[in-house]
Each structure stands twice: as C-alpha cells, then as structure tokens.
Design a protein around this ligand. Structure first.
Ligand code: SAH
Ligand code: SF4
Ligand code: F3S
Length: 468
C-alpha cells in the first residue's frame, strides 16, 4: 500500500471540472435535465462527502431528486462500521434492479467506506451487474471522470486502489441545510482501534491546511450559517501531519474569532489526545458550544488496552472531571461498545459504573460487530450472543434512566436555542448543548435564536415554551 497522502493538484481538479462541463453540455444540447439521487449511510463525514458528490453532480447539470425511482444517476454513499450497515446496503442495492428495469438509462454507483473493502468490490463485480461504478473515499474527487466514462463507454468502472488517501480542496458543494454546515478539517485515522474498520477504508490521518478551513468557515459565517460542525475521526490530532504549529485548540480559537452569530461544534474527540488546552479553549469562547462527544468505549482498563485505545479508566475520568470543572453545564455524550471479545461480566460492570459516575446526557450504544481484517475479528469471543444482548439492554436501561433524570433537571430553566425545523405541528430547536426541544410557534421563527423555557421532557428530548 502507498503510505504517503497526496494533495490533489489544481490541474487534476480542473480535468475533473472539464468532465463536468462535457456532461453538462451533452444534456443541455439534448434539452434534458437529468436527475440524480444520493443516498447516505453512516456518519457525518459521509454526509459531508455526499454534499460534495451532489455538488459535482449539480456541476454536471443534474438536478437532485429524493428517491431512486426515475433517477438517471443513483449514488449509494456507504458505511462499513458494523456488519448490519453492510447488509442494509446490499439489500437496498438489490432493490435497485427494479428501478433500473423501469428506467434502463439509470446509472448506479456505490462509494464510501464499503467501497474500500475488497470483499465488497469483488462481490459487486461478480454478483451485482446492475452497478455501473464503485469508488472508494480516496477516489471520490474523480467522480466526474468515472461518471463520464460510464456514460460514454457503457463500461463498468472500479476506482478502488488501496491508497493512503488524498486531500482535494475546492470541490463544489451542494449543502443540504442552510442553517447548519459540516466542515471536514481532516480525513482518515491512524489509531487502529482493534475493532475498527475506519483506518482501512479511509486511509491515513491527513489535515486540511488551517487557511483553507478558515476561508470556508468565513464564507459560511458570511452566508449566515448558524452552526458549523468541524469533522474528523480524531479532531484532537489535527495538524500533527502539517508541521504548521496549529493544533486543534488553536484552530478552534481562530474559528471562534470569525465574525458572525454562529456556534461551533466538533466531533470526534479521542480521549487520549483531549487536552486541558482544548477544554480551556472551549471554556474561553462563547462561540464554541459547551458540548463534548468523548467516546469511552469501555469502562474497563483491560478492555481499553485490548481495544488499543491508549487511555485507561482513570485518565478518562480525570479528563471528564477537568472538562466539567471548567465548563459547568457541559453536555457530555459518548460511544460505548458492549461485548468486545473476551469482555467479562465484571468488566461490563465497570462500564456500568463509569456511566453512573460520569452521568452522560446521551450515549450511542453498540454491540461489538467483527469487521473482517481487523485484529478484534480474530480474537477469542466466548460470550454468547444472548448474554451480549442482555448486557446491551441493561446498559441502555441505566443510561435512559440517567438521561431522563438530567432532562427532568431542565424544568423551568430558559435556554437560548436555534430553531431548526418542524416536527408535526411543533417547531424543533436545539440548546447550545445540542439537546432537542419541541415548542409551539410560527414557522417564521426557523433560523432564529429564541429563548425557550423548558416545561416537559422524556428520555430523548425536551418540550418548552417560547419566552415572549
Ligand atoms: N473516530 C470515532 C469513532 C467513529 S466510529 C472515535 O474514535 O471515537 C463510531 C463508533 O462506532 C465508535 O465510537 C464505536 O463505538 C463504534 N464502533 C466502531 N467499530 C465498531 C465495531 N466493530 N463494532 C461495534 N461498534 C463499533
Ligand atoms: Fe476507529 Fe479508533 Fe479511528 Fe475512531 S479513533 S475511527 S474508533 S480507529
Ligand atoms: Fe461509517 Fe465510514 Fe463513517 S465506516 S461511520 S461512514 S467513516
């Protein structure tokens, strides 16, 4: 495998744009506006990538539609994090044989993290003949070229070379939300947690230059965006590969000084590299939301070592104590894996006690899923499925109780919230900590900040009333 990451040159990007022009000219001459549908699975990183894929499609003359029926191009941007994610995609991909039969000109592409798994591309090559192209995350900037080749030659295209990864600046982007924007600050991951597929499918850690990120954030702020979420698999190691003296805390501080009424969020913060400097920076700037997603994965130091997480229970708890001390009211969320190979009943209890000690506002809970090619997939795993499910249910019950109690404590308090949409007859809004609040109000309030007094709650969300 090539281990050096590359920055895509302007010439190479211009070649892609010329493919866009050719495709657009072809459809224009035919007097036809083609339609495209992009379906996204997985995390925010993929959402952000899909916005760029849509941007490229728009530049090729496509208008977006909201389903595969009748679409001239369908792109499935996939996730490989757990086995059920893969299965869902294969199921949905199978169903596209029907949409293609009804619209034979339909071209179908599979990209994203699953496309980086050799088992997947081989299976598509051999058994999913209705799929016209497969490209991994390293190749997504070449989508115009892939599309052009499929349209002009009718031949299937596979752009799946195993690479360390690349950075392509200046790709067009079609954002799906005009209040909230994703900004990838880095790509890939070097951590190789033993259960995780991401480093294999997204390549080595590589940071965008601070000036490119700042320019994008300035543009967003000037366009009136209300929330910017900085994305990376491990944002705390931002800049280490650049040698430019800017670490993640510095980057946050610089973005926080951009003019405009917006909040900054970020994910994901790896506990190993989460520093007191980061927490102090968060505390210092009003623009940085007092919200932290700090995945702990397990409460047992032995399991954490087997996961290759490079921190133990005590150092994790110490970081949480510090973060809460400098940011009273901090909203804290996390990821946890139940049933890692060899996790004993006692070690699972340590996960429960950690949750009870930290008292997270919300948790994303997962049962371990073996990923082919990762070290954990080869580890001895004697715990029966039923026992893992029992542990999972117990953990969810403990967390739900805590979330409920924390939400109950919101009663009567007033929060400045961004009104971001509707849910049936009500409006939805987010507190600075990212908690969902529903309240009655006029749709014209969408896109504004409102003071909302909390009047009710359940485990997952709050209800409130707008303060006049
Ligand atoms: N980079 C982030 C995680 C991205 S993946 C971080 O390090 O925190 C999101 C979450 O999926 C992980 O935090 C983990 O809890 C879960 N996950 C990853 N691989 C998994 C697997 N093989 N089985 C079950 N859960 C997994
Ligand atoms: Fe996966 Fe670990 Fe990297 Fe997160 S830090 S993406 S869990 S390898
Ligand atoms: Fe899935 Fe890839 Fe994200 S595996 S979780 S879409 S980085």
């Amino acid at each position: 495998m090539n281990t050096k990451t590359t920055v895509i040159s302007q010439e190479a990007l211009d070649r892609q744009f010329s493919y866009c022009d050719k495709i657009a000219a072809y459809f224009q001459a035919a007097g036809y506006t083609p339609k495209a549908y992009v379906e996204t699975y997985g995390c925010q990183q993929n959402e952000a990538d899909s916005e760029r894929i849509r941007g490229m499609l728009a530049q090729c003359g496509y208008s977006m539609c909201d389903g595969p029926e009748g679409a001239d191009v369908v792109v499935m941007n996939t996730c490989a994090i757990r086995e059920n994610a893969n299965q869902r995609v294969f199921g949905n991909l199978g169903a596209l044989t029907h949409t293609k039969r009804r619209h034979p000109a339909q071209k179908i592409f599979l990209c994203g993290c699953m496309a980086g798994q050799e088992v997947v591309s081989t299976r598509i090559k051999n058994s999913f003949h209705h799929v016209d192209g497969v490209f991994s995350t390293h190749h997504f900037w070449q989508f115009p070229e892939i599309l052009y080749k499929v349209l002009t030659t009718g031949k299937r295209q596979f752009y799946i070379a195993d690479e360390a990864g690349s950075i392509a600046e200046g790709l067009p982007v079609l954002r799906s939300n005009d209040l909230k924007a994703w900004v990838s600050i880095m790509y890939g991951c070097n951590n190789f947690c033993t259960y995780c597929i991401v480093p294999y499918v997204r390549g080595r850690e590589r940071s965008r230059r601070p000036e490119d990120i700042l320019a994008e954030c300035r543009q967003l702020a000037a366009a009136g965006i209300k929330e910017i979420t900085l994305l990376g698999q491990n944002v705390n190691s931002y800049g280490k590969d650049l040698d430019c003296g800017v670490d993640f805390a510095d980057l946050l501080a610089q973005i926080a000084q951009i003019e405009g009424d917006f909040l900054i969020r970020f994910m994901t913060s790896h506990p190993r590299d989460a520093s007191t400097k980061l927490f102090d920076t968060m505390a210092k700037y009003d623009k940085i939301a007092k919200q932290l997603h700090l995945p702990f994965q397990s409460g047992s130091s032995r399991v954490l070592k087997a996961m290759n997480r490079h921190y133990d229970r005590e150092t994790y708890l110490e970081k949480v104590r510090y973060a809460k001390a400098v940011m009273p009211g901090l909203v804290l969320t996390s990821d946890v894996i139940v049933g890692f190979p060899g996790e004993t009943a006692e070690e699972f209890e340590e996960t429960i006690t950690l949750i009870e000690q930290v008292r997270y506002d919300a948790l994303f809970t997962f049962i371990f899923s073996p990923r082919p090619g990762t070290p954990a997939a080869k580890m001895e795993d004697p715990t029966p499925k039923e026992e893992k499910s029992r542990r999972f249910d117990r953990l969810c019950a403990v967390q739900n109780h805590i979330s409920e109690q924390i939400h109950a404590g919101y009663a009567g308090h007033t929060f400045r919230c961004l009104v971001d949409g509707t849910d049936k007859d009500l409006l939805t809004a987010r507190t600075e900590g990212g908690r969902l609040v529903r309240f009655a109000g006029d749709k014209a309030l969408i896109g504004t900040y409102q003071n909302i007094t909390i009047t009710g709650h359940n485990t997952w969300s709050l209800t409130g009333e707008r303060k006049g």
